[in-house]
Design a binder for this molecule. Structure first.
Ligand code: NAD
Length: 254
């Protein structure tokens, strides 16, 4: 029980890695807010957690809407009394256009969810912790696309690179306040988004005229959840402002 009585929010928790993280956190004793714009999916995850004896609550939150993000954090505080861990996991890939083909609308949408949505939630959480003299932990699901250029389209890769910077800056700026902020950079993981990643990477390679052996293997969402558990636990007390790559060695090839 590494998270006994901790209160955690996981965004994008209706499916994929967010679901696996929420389920593992609940198993480890945390009370979990299952936040997603897909409320039905979030409720199904919450019901599953209840069947296994865990505590959670589904909250509808579109991270591209400020009021939803603020409501999500306030709900944790109102219902469970505090907030200890914020996992900013919601994200979209939405195609693989290089810069010559991206539209302003798609660029803005991807940035609004993958980057600004995370900033909105971090700002609210950090201010809650500072105002109440509490410590807190933030974990951002980034991507190997935040470290390399070949894994997705221009907007996704740029948004995830920016998220690496935001994670490092926030970790550094609040380190002395007892707030830890880290990222996870998963390789290709077997989720809805993951199903498109290896294809997208292959296409990117072909379009750039390169060939490359792709990821040694795809990962299970549960393998990423274990990294998120480590970062949320006291075992990671000296880990801050960094990005943990979990990709079976894919990135080491670049
Ligand atoms: P997924 O599609 O299974 O899960 C994403 C979840 O986010 C869904 O439940 C979706 O409803 C939710 N979501 C999307 N937009 C949202 C919004 N505006 N507000 C709230 N919720 C929203 O995919 P996943 O692979 O589990 O994705 C989770 C994160 O992992 C994303 O940030 C993604 O970029 C990142 N990632 C995925 C892979 C991979 O291979 N699957 C690799 C690297 C990074």
């Amino acid at each position: 029980m590494k998270l006994q009585d901790k209160v955690a929010i996981v965004t994008g928790a209706a499916s994929g890695m967010g679901k696996a993280i929420a389920e593992l956190y609940a198993k480890e004793g945390a009370k979990v807010i299952i936040a997603d714009y897909n409320l039905e999916g979030a409720k199904a995850v919450s019901e599953e957690i209840a069947k296994n004896g865990g505590t959670s609550m589904a909250v509808q939150a579109d991270v591209s809407k400020l009021e939803d993000v603020e409501n999500m954090i306030q709900t944790a505080i109102n219902e469970y009394g505090t907030l200890d861990i914020l996992v900013n996991n919601a994200g979209i890939m939405d195609g693989f256009e290089p810069v010559g083909e991206i539209t302003d609308e798609k660029w803005d949408r991807i940035f609004d969810i993958n980057l600004k949505g995370v900033m909105r939630a971090m700002r609210k959480a950090v201010n809650y912790w500072l105002d109440n003299n509490k410590q807190g932990i933030i974990i951002n699901t980034i991507s190997t696309g935040g470290l390399n250029g070949a894994h997705a389209g221009a907007a996704y890769v740029a948004s995830k690179h920016a998220l690496v910077g935001l994670t490092k800056n926030t970790g550094f700026m609040y380190a002395q306040k007892g707030i830890r902020v880290n990222g996870i950079a998963p390789g290709a993981v077997e989720t809805n988004i993951g199903a498109s990643i290896t294809n997208v990477s292959q296409l990117g390679m072909e379009r750039s005229g390169m060939t490359h052996k792709l990821t040694p293997r795809t990962g299970k969402p549960e393998e990423i959840a274990k990294v998120a558990l480590f970062l949320a636990s006291d075992d990671a007390s000296f880990v801050n402002g960094t990005v943990v790559v979990a990709d079976a060695g894919w990135t080491s090839a670049f």
